[in-house]
Design a protein around this ligand. Structure first.
Ligand code: AMP
Ligand code: GLY
Length: 425
């Protein structure tokens, strides 16, 4: 079968590597892809928001399955666009429609959904221009720190955690009245601060059944020991020791099952990944956020642990046959470290040649912000590549990966040196 992946990050490289292994694959395309996907698939010069172009490409190239990596095209309705085209009626689309993607696209929507289906999450209230006068009373009822979330997408910057009450009141007004994050903050969710350790769980659902993928911990801050600004993720580890059977059973009963049932109940036909951003509050899981896609860099840590045919898994999702699917999981530890361009997540330089990749011995390489022209690969983004190594424990995985990272060279290479350290037991 011909497959098209939409996206250009490390997550899409990991998808491409996994799909490439399948005997069911004929040709693999990635749009727009990156320097790494160019080496194992055919990159297509189409941007993720070019729905017309993508639809045309699917028809011209007899694409039978399309996997949408990032959230933006999903939130903007790529599934709905492709589904209404009769010529694409047999195309298997992996990713939810516009309404299902609201689980990620609108914090107000996802909080209301969780409240309706009694899914454990932080207490909250939603405010906009009309009820902003009631916000002071709600903020005063909470204990610091105060969590303010722009309703809509804000490129990972829309969540503010503020210690001071006066400052929280001021920020809320800036978000709603001065549109600090544009239209995305015309509505703001204020919620109770939860303390605990975060873990991400992932399911692939066909709307009726689901399979659970291995869980992962993501390292969001740019600096060691979780310091500095938030990024899309600087590393990941899977499995996470505290997500044991007892914890996972609670997640299944209290969170995953009611989510799948809730979607069905709301007549939201959902075929794709659901990413549950969870926090472990003294042994009890609560949902911090939903995403309507896989995580990046979590995918780079999770997929290498899936031994089953990944394309077959996607086909089973697309054809509503997940009930029959059992995943074969590698029980080793997978550790991912992201190599970035110095300066990221603020301004950074690009265009520097990358060397030494061929000397990497013990790790998988998933390129992200790279470009390959005439066999020369150069840096082309903030997150340049992710390396993943599998080993019997975190210590060994760390040893392998940091040894391999030394072999890769480019100007302004930056990475965190503490990935996984906090999970060593
Ligand atoms: P979100 O975009 O909702 O995932 O929020 C981004 C990050 O802010 C999360 O990964 C958490 O680290 C933190 N965060 C969000 N909501 C809360 C909360 N209610 N309590 C504590 N931390 C939170
Ligand atoms: N690594 C977090 C995310 O993909 O949203």
């Amino acid at each position: 079968m011909n497959v098209l992946i939409i996206g250009s990050g490390g997550r899409e490289s990991a998808f491409a590597h996994a799909i490439k292994k399948s005997n069911l694959l004929t040709t693999l395309f990635v749009a727009p892809g990156n320097g790494g996907t160019a080496k194992i698939a055919e990159n297509v010069n189409l941007q993720e928001n070019d729905f017309e172009g993508i639809s045309h490409f699917c028809k011209q190239n007899k694409i039978e399955l399309i996997l949408i990596g990032p959230e933006v095209p999903l939130v903007d309705g790529i599934r709905d666009f492709l589904e209404k085209d009769i010529e694409l009626k047999d195309l298997l689309i992996i990713g939810p429609g516009k309404i299902g993607a609201q689980l990620e696209g609108s914090k107000a929507f996802s909080k209301e959904f969780m409240l309706n289906y009694k899914i454990p999450t932080a207490a909250y209230k939603t405010f906009n221009e009309l009820n902003i006068n009631e916000s002071d009373v709600f903020l005063e009822s909470l204990s610091p720190p105060y969590v303010l979330k722009a309703d809509g997408p804000a490129a990972g910057k829309g969540v503010l955690i503020i210690d001071n009450l006066i400052e929280a009141k001021k920020e809320l007004r800036e978000m709603i009245l001065d549109k600090k994050f544009g239209e995305s903050s015309s509505q703001v969710v204020i919620e109770e601060f939860l303390s605990g350790t975060e873990v991400s769980m992932f399911v692939l659902t066909d709307g009726e059944s689901y399979v659970i993928l291995p869980e992962a911990k993501d390292y969001k801050r740019i600096g060691n020991n979780d310091t500095g600004p938030n990024t899309g993720g600087m590393g990941a580890v899977s499995p996470v020791y505290f997500a044991d059977k007892n914890f996972t059973d609670k997640v299944i009963q209290q969170i995953i099952n009611p989510t799948i049932k809730g979607l069905k109940n709301e007549n939201i036909s959902y075929k794709g990944f659901i990413f549950f951003g969870l926090i472990n509050c003294e042994g009890n899981p609560k949902v911090i956020e939903y995403n309507c896609r896989m995580g990046d860099p979590e995918t780079e840590a999770v997929l290498p642990r899936i031994k089953s045919d990944f394309l077959k898994l996607l086909i089973n999702c697309g054809t509503s046959n997940l009930r029959e699917t059992v995943l074969d999981i590698d029980n080793r530890t997978s550790l991912t470290v992201v190599l970035a361009s110095g300066g990221y997540p603020a301004a950074f330089e690009k265009g520097y040649p990358i060397s030494g990749v061929e000397n990497v011995e013990h790790s998988l390489i998933f390129e992200a912000g790279t470009k390959t022209d005439n066999k020369l690969t150069t840096t082309n983004g903030g997150r340049v590549m992710a390396l993943t190594s599998l080993a019997t424990d975190i210590n060994q995985a760390r040893e392998k990966i940091y040894h391999d990272i030394e072999k890769i060279n480019y100007t302004k290479k930056y990475f965190r040196t503490d990935i996984g350290e906090d999970l060593i037991i």
